[in-house]
Design a protein around this ligand. Structure first.
Ligand SMILES: [Cu+2]
Length: 160
């Protein structure tokens, strides 16, 4: 085996170990949708991902749906006079041409409400996303540990 081949093999292993997954819809790329495991009594879960618009016209994430929750909203979290506030983006979230928009904790996120069951680490949550122009795409949210982040690592030092 060549050195080159071994390097490629190692890269494949590294990529699959963090369960990177991505989707394409027209000129939109959706990278690594993820959510967090929820405690038994939880009613809500956040959904996170990166959306890249490689095209030349703007699009908007306007909604979606999932098997595990009754409602699926697009939210924004922001600081307002020193207080963290969350609001629903009724007109959706714009993905400008050439832009990378990251949905992440403390910022834009999907809010899945009225969960039908708790989410467990390692599960995959089936969902679909609706874009104003590109239409609908089926995705899976990877469920990471409670307090986990996009890289699949625990962030205990920040939560305690
Ligand atoms: Cu929210």
């Amino acid at each position: 085996m060549t050195r080159h081949f071994l390097a490629a093999l190692l890269l494949t292993f590294l990529a699959s170990s963090v369960q990177a997954h991505e989707y394409k819809l027209g000129s939109l790329e959706i990278k690594h949708p993820w959510t967090r495991a929820t405690p038994k009594s939880a009613q809500v879960a956040g959904g996170y991902m990166k959306i890249i618009n490689t095209g030349t016209t703007p699009d908007r994430l306007v909604g979606g749906s999932t098997d595990v929750a009754k409602s699926f909203e697009i939210h924004e979290m922001s600081m307002n006079g020193g207080v963290m506030k969350m609001r629903e983006l009724k007109d959706g979230l714009e993905i400008a041409p050439g832009a990378t928009v990251e949905l992440k904790p403390g910022s834009y996120h999907i809010m899945m409400m009225n969960l039908s069951h708790p989410l467990a680490k390692g599960d995959k949550v089936k969902a679909s996303l609706n874009f104003e122009k590109a239409g609908k795409v089926d995705v899976e949210f990877a469920v990471q540990a409670i307090g986990g982040n996009a890289a699949g690592m625990d962030m205990k030092e920040h939560t305690q």
